[in-house]
Design a protein around this ligand. Structure first.
Ligand code: F6P
Length: 373
């Protein structure tokens, strides 16, 4: 049966997106009655009906390219900035889908994209998603496109930071992405030989961190690498945030809710800027000169690792099989060596953080890494 496929990439870019687009496109073009178009810049391109034909020539030479040939954005169908207003543009997107006579829209993205894709599925579109995020925080899939590459980059960064930390007898606090999950920091921290790893799942105590560093000094190791996930909180900060969240949940009037929401936002913003304060505190508690390195978007850039290329290709081709079977409303998830279709309602709005009994935490502790508590 003839199939018209639309693809979009949304949310933060990540290595392996092009490999996924290529896999879907190449596999689909094997069928004489399938055709594929891409929408530019995520859900905004869907709203504005900005398309690109994905044929042999556009799909050629993109396997090793970072980013996404389609472009991306963080725009949401229900809260789209349009001419100084925030509007629900869902209907416009449904219109584009009809205009292009699509049979299915494939959305490749992370947590935000899955919420938006589920919304479009509930609005009547045939949707399939592919998991993409360097944060590895999507529920119901073992891993996501981009995570392995980012893990490699962050690990190499920690390797390289060792030279300066060691030569100058310094503490280097290195911030690693991950949104509100510690997968990237924990993985890169262990693989890169960090001495302390702080993750959002475990609020830290600065005294415990300082003690771990002082203990290293006593053993003659006058340098330390502290790998910090970007969403991390100290125990005190976690308690303040929790209180604000509870207040928000209990708020009754619209005004109270607005104030409480603003308070939570303010605390989160302040907390995201506390890295230099932590570094100064460690310096004064340990007597070791300290520096901060923020890896930032370097972690998402450049060519995808072989693992990500394989994952993207595997998920992309499985996606085409699902389209052939007309199995819609699902995410194409990686489970061990297998690929499985998971209903979108089991993914949308859920976040996969590190369980406190995860074996990697135990592994870290067993080799003497401090987790700050
Ligand atoms: O979700 C991927 C991610 O890189 C997070 O790790 C980070 O918090 C966020 O995106 C950064 O977003 P932006 O690219 O919009 O600054």
């Amino acid at each position: 049966m003839a199939k018209s496929i639309g693809i979009l990439t949304a949310g933060g870019d990540s290595p392996g997106l092009n490999a996924a687009i290529r896999a879907i496109g190449r596999n689909a073009l094997n069928y004489p009655d399938m055709q594929v178009i891409g929408f530019r810049d995520g859900f905004r391109g869907l709203m504005e009906n900005r398309t690109i034909r994905l044929d042999e020539s556009t799909l050629s030479g993109i396997l090793t390219m970072g980013g996404t040939i389609l472009g991306t954005s963080r725009d949401k169908p229900r809260r789209m900035p349009v001419a100084d207003k925030i509007l629900d543009m869902t209907d416009k997107m449904l219109e584009t889908y009809q205009k292009n006579h699509l049979d299915v829209l494939v959305c490749i993205g992370g947590g935000g994209t899955h919420k938006n894709a589920y919304h479009l599925a509930q609005s009547g579109l045939n949707i399939i998603t592919l998991p993409k995020t360097i944060d590895n925080d999507l529920a119901m899939t073992d891993t996501s496109i981009g995570f392995d590459t980012a893990l490699g980059i962050a690990t190499e960064a920690i390797d390289r930071l060792h030279s300066t930390a060691h030569s100058h007898h310094r503490i280097i606090v290195v911030e690693i992405m991950g949104h509100n999950a510690g997968w990237l920091a924990l993985g890169a921290g262990i693989a890169g030989g960090a001495n302390v790893i702080l993750i959002p799942e475990i609020p830290y105590d600065v005294e415990v961190v300082a003690n771990a560093i002082r203990e290293r000094s006593r053993q003659g190791k006058n340098f330390s690498i502290v790998a910090v996930a970007e969403g991390v909180l100290s125990k005190t900060q976690a308690a303040i945030l929790q209180e604000a969240i509870e207040k928000k949940e209990k708020a009754e009037t619209k005004e109270e809710k607005k104030l409480a929401k603003a308070e939570v936002k303010k605390i989160k913003a302040e907390q995201s800027e506390h890295l230099s304060a932590l570094t100064r505190e460690l310096e004064s508690l340990t007597g070791l000169e300290s520096r901060v390195t923020i890896l930032g978007h370097l972690q998402r850039g450049g060519t995808p690792s072989a693992i990500d290329r394989l994952l993207a290709t595997r998920l992309g081709t499985a996606c085409v099989s699902l389209i052939n079977e007309e199995q819609y409303g699902v995410m194409v998830a990686a489970r061990g060596e297998n690929v499985v279709a998971v209903p979108l309602e089991e993914v949308a709005g859920k976040r996969k953080t590190i369980p406190l009994d995860h074996s990697l935490l135990e592994t870290a502790r067993k080799i003497g890494i401090s987790l700050g508590c």
